[in-house]
Design a protein around this ligand. Structure first.
Ligand SMILES: [Zn+2]
Length: 185
């Protein structure tokens, strides 16, 4: 399972390239994939493309769509009510093409497209494998509305609510405490 958690961390990192943690009221968050080159760097670092592969503006748009779809498909995502469950993810996934090959030794599924689009398709294949192996539910989004950081829950029960108990967990508890104290007058 260790290796799968590591792979899930990569998916979490991809989704967190739109960092939605609020630093002030109305903060739109930090966009870490501002340019095609940002995406190229990310894909290369995580082994989805090769050094010579190019990444286009179109790939960047596809990546952001895919990222939104993946965030909406996180099992405990209570923040994303715009689109229920897998609709956005399926729409983003529909933009990629895959080829299957079968042999005695092993079967394979590979992207039809090369370059940046191929890299994103490889990321999608990884998502497929993680879901198939039932580890997807370990991907969680922080319950704190002003955080929404995506993390991998490695705890035994796998029902973690906060990205960090120290920060978000205690903050939520204090808030509940304050509200209760207020209502008690
Ligand atoms: Zn948090």
């Amino acid at each position: 399972m260790g290796n799968e958690f590591e792979q899930l961390e990569i998916i979490a990192d991809f989704i967190n390239t739109h960092d939605e943690r609020m630093r002030y009221e109305g903060d739109p968050g930090l966009e870490l994939l501002s340019t095609a080159d940002d995406l190229r760097t990310w894909l290369l670092k995580n082994g989805f493309i090769l050094k010579q592969d190019a990444v286009s503006e179109e790939d960047l748009a596809l990546a952001r769509n895919l990222r939104g779809g993946l965030r909406a498909a996180i099992p405990n995502n209570i923040h994303d009510h715009k689109e229920a469950g897998f609709q956005a993810l399926n729409r983003a996934a529909g933009r990629f093409r895959f080829a299957y090959s079968f042999s005695e030794a092993s079967d394979a599924i590979e992207p039809v497209d090369a370059q940046g689009r191929g890299g994103l398709a490889r990321l999608l294949i990884l998502v497929f494998r993680l879901r198939e192996n039932n580890v997807w539910n370990r991907l969680r989004v922080c319950t704190a509305a002003d955080c929404q950081w995506v993390f991998v829950d490695r705890s035994r029960p796998g029902t973690g609510k906060w990205c960090s108990m120290k920060a978000c967990g205690n903050r939520a508890k204090n808030k509940t405490y304050r509200e209760r104290a207020k209502s008690m007058g």
